[in-house]
Design a protein around this ligand. Structure first.
Ligand code: ZN
Length: 214
């Protein structure tokens, strides 16, 4: 009599996997393997992890599961992500409860680049005019501009108004990464949904680059 060999059990949904290999469930689980159905959620989460960086602004979509929960609608900034994939937060209410992928519901707060005005940019870059970080070793990013779901971004370090435009200097990653100048109007006219995150407390360029390279 032939015994049907039992396949792996999915560590997420508990059903049998489609084969005996399963998939790597990180960041939804750090142990075991998952089935192909759950792997779709895993891949979505992995993409989200790649978008989450130190300083990324996050808003909660559901009360957290904790005796003293952080509540839906609370906002905060990412402090760091640990090896287990937990997102350690500095919540705006002063607390530090970490987010867990697959358990907590949240999304990244970013804004459309098209809502930025030259006036706002002047304010943001007041202390960071062009060349101001020339001799600085650990350069700081003021404005992070990116195209969601594409590996295209500008990590902007300095900027000055120039007539009806604003000239930035920063690290640009289109197909390869390089330092250079780009103007507000140039970015504005890129035919994608371009988003920005403003770092009122500027963030280390190297730290941000590492997160994007993950
Ligand atoms: Zn599953």
């Amino acid at each position: 009599m032939m015994n049907k060999k039992q396949n792996l059990i999915c560590c997420i949904c508990g059903n049998e996997c489609e084969n005996n290999y399963g998939n790597n469930p990180y960041p939804l689980s750090v142990n075991g393997r998952c089935c192909n159905t759950c792997n779709i959620k895993v891949l979505e989460s992995r993409f989200m992890v790649s978008q989450i960086k130190v300083g990324t602004r996050i808003v909660l979509d559901k009360d957290m599961d904790d005796p003293q929960p952080i509540l839906k609608g609370e906002m905060g900034s990412v402090d760091f992500i640990d090896d287990m994939g937990q997102i350690h937060m500095k919540w705006d209410n002063g607390r530090t409860l970490a987010l867990i992928f697959g358990t907590d519901e949240f999304h990244i707060i970013s804004n459309s680049f098209k809502t930025l005005t030259i006036k706002k940019l002047e304010e943001m870059f007041k202390k960071y005019s062009l060349y101001s970080q020339d001799n600085v070793k650990d350069k700081k990013v003021i404005l992070e501009v990116f195209i969601p779901y594409q590996n295209m971004y500008w990590l902007l370090l300095e900027g000055n108004r120039e007539n009806d435009d604003f000239i930035f200097f920063g690290y640009c990653h289109i197909q390869v990464g390089e330092f250079g100048y780009v103007s507000y109007n140039e970015i504005f006219n890129v035919p994608y949904n371009i988003q920005y995150i403003y770092h009122s407390e500027p963030i280390s360029l190297n730290e941000l680059k590492n997160k994007y390279d993950m």
